[in-house]
Write a protein that binds this ligand. Sequence first.
Ligand code: MG
Ligand code: ZN
Length: 228
Amino acid sequence: MGRIEIRRNILEANENLARRNRDFFASNDVLVVNVMAAPGAGKTSTILKTIESLADQYAFAVIEGDMASRIDADVMAERGIPVEQINTGNMCHLDANMIREAAGKFTYDRPTILFIENVGNLVCPSEFSLGEDLNIVIASTTEGHDKPYKYPSIYLRADAVLINKIDLLEAMEFDRKMFCDGVAAVKPMPPLFEISCRNGSGLDDWACWLASECERKLGGTRGKLAEG
Ligand code: MG
Ligand code: ZN
C-alpha cells in the first residue's frame, strides 16, 4: 500500500468513528465545540471565559488535548469543571477515537456544551473530524495577520473565527483587514468575534452566538422528543 493510500484509509476510519461520536453526542443532548488554534492563542482562557458567561444556562465539560502535561486540565478542575486530559505523545492532533474514550467518561444529565481544546497546531487538526458540531478557530493579534494565508485549511473548517488579544491590536500592528481578506479568500466570511480574555471585551457577543447555536441543536432535539 502506498503512503497516500494509507493516509486515506486512516482518514476514512476516523470519519466513521466521528460519525459514531456524533450520534452519541446527539442522543445525549451535547453540543460539541472543537477549538483549534496555534499554541498560545488563548484557547484555554477563551473556554474558561465562555463557561463563566453561560454557566447558568448549560452544563459544561472539557476535553484538553496536549502532547504532554495536565496544566490546562488542572486549571479547569480547580474551577470545578468536569475535564478529561488527553496526552497525544508524538501526535500533533486529536482524533475521533481519542474523543470517543474521553467523552464516554462524563455523565450528561442535562444539555451540555462540550469543549474540545485541540492540540495547539494550525495544520492537521483540520483534517480529523471528532464528531463536533462547531469548529472554532482562535487567532490572536500576537501571532500576526498573515496566518489565514499560510494555513488556509484550518480556516476552511471554521464555523466561527475569534481574534483574541484584541486589546493588543495596535501595539502588535495587527492588520484586521488583511486578516479578514485572508479568511474571505478561503470561504465566505464566517461569524467573526474580536475578543479580549484579559479585559473581557467582545466575549458577550461570542457567548450569545454560541448559545444561539446551542439552542438550534439542543432546542431542536428537545422539541423532537416533546413531539414524540
Ligand atoms: Mg491551552
Ligand atoms: Zn497531527
